[in-house]
Every structure is written in C-alpha cells, then in structure tokens.
Design a protein around this ligand. Structure first.
Ligand SMILES: Cc1cc2nc3c(=O)[nH]c(=O)nc-3n(C[C@H](O)[C@H](O)[C@H](O)COP(=O)(O)OP(=O)(O)OC[C@H]3O[C@@H](n4cnc5c(N)ncnc54)[C@H](O)[C@@H]3O)c2cc1C
Length: 463
C-alpha cells in the first residue's frame, strides 16, 4: 500500500471525529482539502503522509493529543516552525502535534527575560525583544522555529558572546510522554531541563523562558568575495584570526556560487567563490577596524560592509532558503582548522553537483567554548569550528547525487581529526544514531527519555 492510502486507512481506523471535537484548535486528516498543504514542511524533499495533523491552540490540546497517541498506539511527531531540515517533525502514519498556532512572546524588560510560545519563529522573537533593546542568540533565518532550533542547541551570530540558544534557556514547560505537565529548570526536573538544552525533549514544550541581553545599537556585517584559488590563503588567515577572536565577532566563511546580480562582475557570475563574511555585535566602528584585514583584502573581487539593525541582519538570508526546494545538510565539528581540512574545503565546494549548495565554516569560540561540556547534551564545545555541508537543488531526480555529495564530503572531513558528535540541528538524515550526534552524552539523554516517556510515545529523530 502506498503511504497516502496507508495514512487514509490509519485515519479511518481511529476515532478522530471524537478527538477533534474536544480540541480548541483543529484536526486535518487525509480526506480534508487542507491536508495537501498541512502535511508539507519547508524542505521539499520531505514527502510524508501523516494520519492527521492536530493544530493545537492550547496546552490542553497538546495534552489531549499526547493522550490520544498513547491510548491508540499511534506514532507522534511534534512540529512548531516546520523547518526541520530532515523533516523529522512529520512522519507517515503519525499524528503530528502542530504547535504553530501557539505563537506568542512576552518580554519582561526589567527582568531581562522572555517567555515564548512554541509556535513562535525567530522573526517574532527578535522583533519583540529588540523593541526593548534586548536579544537572545537565535538562528540566522527568521522563519525557523524557536522550538526546534532551541531543542537542538542553536547557533547564531550572538553565540560567541552569549552561547548556544539553549544555553540561554531558563526554563521550559513540557507535556511529557506520560501526559504530565511539568516546568523544568535548573532546580526542578533538572534532568529534563538538561535534555531540553539541545537533546530534544521527551515531551512537547508548550513554553520557553529565555535570558535576554542588551543589544541597543546597530551591528556590522561584512562580506568579501574571493576567487576559489585564494581560499587556502584566506582560510589560513582566518585560522590565525580565530585563535584570538573577540566574543563580539562571528566570522563565518563559506563557499557559494557568485549570484548573477549587478553587485558582482559579470565574468564571475555562476562560478564558485570563497566568501569571508562576519558580524560584529559590538560597536560597529570598532567592528570595521576589527575586520579590516578581511574587508580590505586586495584579492577580493566584490566586498561590502553595512551597519544595520539586528532585526535586519536576522532577515538578511531569508530569500536564500526558499520553501519547497530540496535540501540535505550535515555538519562535522573540527578540533582545529588544519591544513588538510583547508585543502578539503575548496575541493568539496567545487565538486558540489548543484550551484545552489554551499559549505560553511561556523566558529565555536567565546561563550560556547567557555561553558562546561556537561551544561547541555550538545557536544563539541571544544571544537575550533563546525563545517556545515549544505546541499540545495530543485530537480527531484538530482536527489541521489546531492545527498551523496553531502555524505561523502562529511565522511572526508570525519576522516580528519574530527570531534565526536555533531550539532543536533545539522545532524543529517532522518534517523541518525543518538550516539553519532550526542557521543558521550547519549546514555544520559536516553535515561531522561526513559524516565519521562517510558512508553516511547515520541519519535526521537533529529535531523
Ligand atoms: C533555513 C534554515 C536556517 C537554519 N539556520 C539555523 C541556524 O542559524 N542555527 C541553528 O542552530 N539551526 C539552524 N537551522 C536548523 C534548525 O534549527 C532546525 O531545523 C530546527 O529543528 C527547526 O526548528 P522548527 O521548530 O522550525 O522545526 P520543526 O520541523 O517544527 O521541528 C523540528 C524538531 O524539533 C522538535 N520540536 C519542535 N517543536 C517542538 C516542541 N514544541 N516540543 C518538543 N519538540 C519539538 C521535534 O523533534 C521536531 O522533529 C536552520 C534551518 C533552516 C531550514
């Protein structure tokens, strides 16, 4: 039976009418017109047919959904922003607990905290917190969900200064696999709180509470585009720089095809290039000085430097990752940016089957590395950088070669002196082994899951 017919058969066998009549929100099943759109997520490669999607509007709806899944032995996935790269938030035959309507943000400017509903995106949170001159480190794309990103650790431009997103978590309200509603923080259900800081959670988070930090001025963003054959030299310069980089600086080089726009010389359009790019979250004038060696490189064929509001920075990349395209991403943490890794970068990028793909070097200095390893399930705080290999393509027939390029490139980086584990938000694949992602923390995480979800109601795939 194909997945669509199977989803219909499962839905027909379950008392969904009775279940939906008790919801504040609504239920979409395979026979509804809305089903086609409701089953999709950001990544067009994901093509799952859930038995139903429960659009929850309250904690009561979430509890009812968890109880229904447990009682009827239905697989359960949780979706908030729908930007799971692997599509882990939807699965064929499962009940999807969709929290996207629980989108709210309450800022306490005096206490410098924010309470955030699970359906909020980073765009909503950044706008709300910036109206008080405050911020917490989120991702670099405004449509990504706060929920999935935080529960997978979360890296962004403010991470060198303030740590992973999850390091800034004060508490979470969770409906556990047993249907219990608990608040987890450093002093209560501290094991569940630890898991939520990057290890997913054996339950549905219905509220997040974050620490906020002052950010009441513009930030500086720069880009310098270099020919690929300048990449080795530039990456060596970057390695030197990273050794002493201040917490305000987040320099993240990447490889990408030159866009065919007036900002770039026409004879470079479409060719793979190496880009030095970075953000300075302190005084922009100091940032211009700080980044001068990168900005003023003589071998750059295009360069720009802008000061902008943090909310503008956070939406700058939105058009680069459109909904519905095909994506496959994986990452590898490296303890150092060795010469062998540097050589591999340019090879990997120029071999990408799609010119929409990119290889990104993400820095891991500052607050991220100062926090002890036991702070959260995310491993690799001692890595110098994380390499993200990000394939994007439009033609579904090109899926095998693009997935293979990512896997093969990551295998080659892994074969160097790599750090065990990986960033949960970029783990790749739909069901990676927890030990491959969480390494030394995998057992502790399993124990937390067994305690709060003994019946195994939740699926635990991370991307
Ligand atoms: C364009 C783009 C840019 C990105 N940039 C960054 C970045 O800068 N930094 C970074 O760290 N990551 C980044 N990511 C990765 C991103 O953090 C993850 O894909 C994340 O899972 C997305 O969260 P979501 O809520 O949108 O996803 P969803 O698909 O809704 O959920 C993903 C997973 O999170 C869990 N989950 C979601 N909601 C809940 C909940 N309420 N309770 C319990 N579990 C829940 C579930 O396990 C679910 O499978 C990016 C992803 C995309 C697509």
């Amino acid at each position: 039976m194909d997945a669509n017919r199977e989803a219909r058969a499962i839905a027909a066998s379950l008392p969904f009418d009775q279940f939906s009549s008790g919801l504040d929100g609504s239920l979409v099943t395979p026979t509804d017109d809305a089903y086609g759109a409701a089953r999709r997520v950001w990544n067009g490669m994901v093509n799952e047919y859930p038995a139903a999607i429960a659009y929850c509007e309250s904690t009561a709806d979430v509890r009812a959904s968890v109880a229904f899944a447990r009682e009827h032995d239905v697989d359960l996935t949780v979706r908030s922003g729908g930007h799971s790269v692997s599509g882990a938030s939807v699965a064929s035959g499962a009940l999807v607990v969709d929290c996207s309507r629980m989108e709210w943000v309450r800022v306490d400017p005096d206490g410098r905290t924010a309470r955030v509903g699970p359906g909020a995106t980073w765009g909503t949170v950044d706008r709300a917190t910036q109206s008080f001159g405050l911020a917490t480190p989120g991702g670099v794309f405004s449509d990504t969900g706060v929920a999935g990103l935080t529960l997978g650790g979360g890296t962004g431009y403010l991470s060198p200064k303030h740590g992973f997103t999850a390091d800034n978590l004060r508490s979470v309200d969770v409906v556990t696999g047993e249907g219990e509603r608990v608040t987890a923080g450093p002093d209560q259900h501290s094991d569940l709180f630890w898991a939520a800081r990057g290890g997913g959670t054996p339950g549905v988070v219905t509220a997040f509470e974050f620490d906020l930090h002052p950010l009441d001025h513009d930030v500086l963003y720069f880009e310098s585009w270099l020919p690929v054959d300048a990449a080795s030299d530039a990456l060596r310069a970057y390695r030197e720089y990273q050794g002493d980089a201040p917490d305000e600086a987040c320099v993240s080089p990447y490889f990408a095809a030159v866009p065919a726009t007036a900002d770039f010389p026409a004879d470079r359009h479409g060719e793979f290039a190496f880009v030095l790019s970075g953000v300075y979250a302190g005084d922009p004038v100091a940032g211009r000085d700080e980044f001068a060696p990168f900005i003023d490189r003589a071998d750059a064929f295009a360069a720009s430097t802008d000061t902008m509001a943090y909310t503008d920075l956070q939406t700058m990349m939105d058009h680069d990752f459109p909904d519905g395209r095909h994506y496959f991403w994986k990452s590898v943490p490296l303890p150092e940016l060795g010469d062998d890794a540097i050589d591999l970068f340019a090879d990997a990028a120029t071999n990408a089957p799609s010119d929409l793909s990119t290889v990104v070097v993400w820095p891991m200095h500052g607050a991220v590395e100062r926090l002890p390893d036991e702070t959260s399930p995310v491993v690799g705080r001692d890595a110098a950088v994380v390499v993200n290999v990000e394939a994007a393509w439009d033609d579904p027939m090109a899926t095998p070669e693009n997935v293979q390029w990512v896997r093969e490139t990551c295998r080659e980086f892994r074969a160097l002196d790599s750090t065990p584990g990986t960033l949960p938000n970029f783990a790749g694949g739909s069901a990676p082994d927890a030990a491959d992602v969480y390494a030394t923390h995998a057992d502790r995480l399993r124990r937390v899951r067994e305690r709060y979800d003994p019946a195994g109601v939740f699926r635990y795939e991370r991307e």
